[in-house]
Design a protein around this ligand. Structure first.
Ligand SMILES: [Zn+2]
Length: 225
């Protein structure tokens, strides 16, 4: 079983598409990562984006509108920015939430639909946009998820990837309260405690790699398994 994973705590600019910035997002890192993998890495032919930021991920949706290699699941507050109807056509699994959605409903929907998405099409890589602006009290997200709910959410997605042996790249996207930094740290520690990311992975990550932790074994070998 493959254990590839990577976390970039600086990424997740999901409102930027290849030709246009938007919503604090100046470059389309999710699109770039997927296109890079498709073009340069043997064995990566299909990707699934699981976008759990509070906002709709219209940047990557516009970029992959016509691309059947990319499966997009998006869970977001239906009443807030960007409300991009054109981009929504690219979403294969769309879960629109109401103001103030709380843990129980949220986590049930995340689990049900992430399982459904990954059972529907098995990708070679999962891009997980893990925005923490779903946190209760966030001035932009408008949802009401607890810190424990965010930690549980991240665990659900990493478990789903691990169970299937699919490499996963997590980016942390939006989150507009100071305390979200601590919650992201606690969540990554929890993933480690649960054995979903390995301590061998951060070895060799020197200062120049500070914001990036990863262990992606050969994707080619993944394909051969
Ligand atoms: Zn957001």
């Amino acid at each position: 079983m493959d254990r590839g994973w990577a976390i970039n705590v600086g990424g997740g600019f999901h409102h930027c598409s290849s030709d246009k910035g938007g919503g604090f997002c100046a470059y389309a890192d999710i699109t770039l990562a997927i296109k890079f993998l498709f073009e340069r890495v043997e064995g990566v032919a299909r990707a699934t984006i699981i976008d759990l930021d509070a906002h709709q991920g219209n940047g990557h949706e516009r970029d992959f509108q016509e691309d059947r290699r990319v499966y997009i699941m998006d869970v977001y507050n239906r009443h807030i920015y960007p409300g991009d109807g054109y981009a929504k056509r690219a979403i294969k699994r769309k879960v629109e939430l109401e103001w103030g959605t709380e843990d129980m409903e949220y986590l049930q929907k995340v689990e049900l639909h992430s399982e459904g998405a990954l059972n529907e099409i098995r990708p070679d890589i999962i891009i997980y946009n893990a925005g923490t602006d779903i946190l209760d009290g966030d001035p932009l997200g408008g949802l009401a998820i607890s810190p424990q709910g965010i930690i549980k959410r991240d665990e659900i997605i990493f478990r789903a990837a691990r169970r299937r042996g699919i490499p996963i790249l997590m980016v942390t996207s939006g989150g507009y309260q100071k305390k979200t930094a601590r919650i992201i740290a606690d969540s990554i520690l929890n993933l480690h405690r649960q054995g979903l990311i390995g301590e061998e992975a951060v070895e060799g990550a020197g200062p120049s790699h500070a914001p990036l932790m990863m262990k992606i074994p050969s994707l080619r070998s993944t394909q051969e398994k």
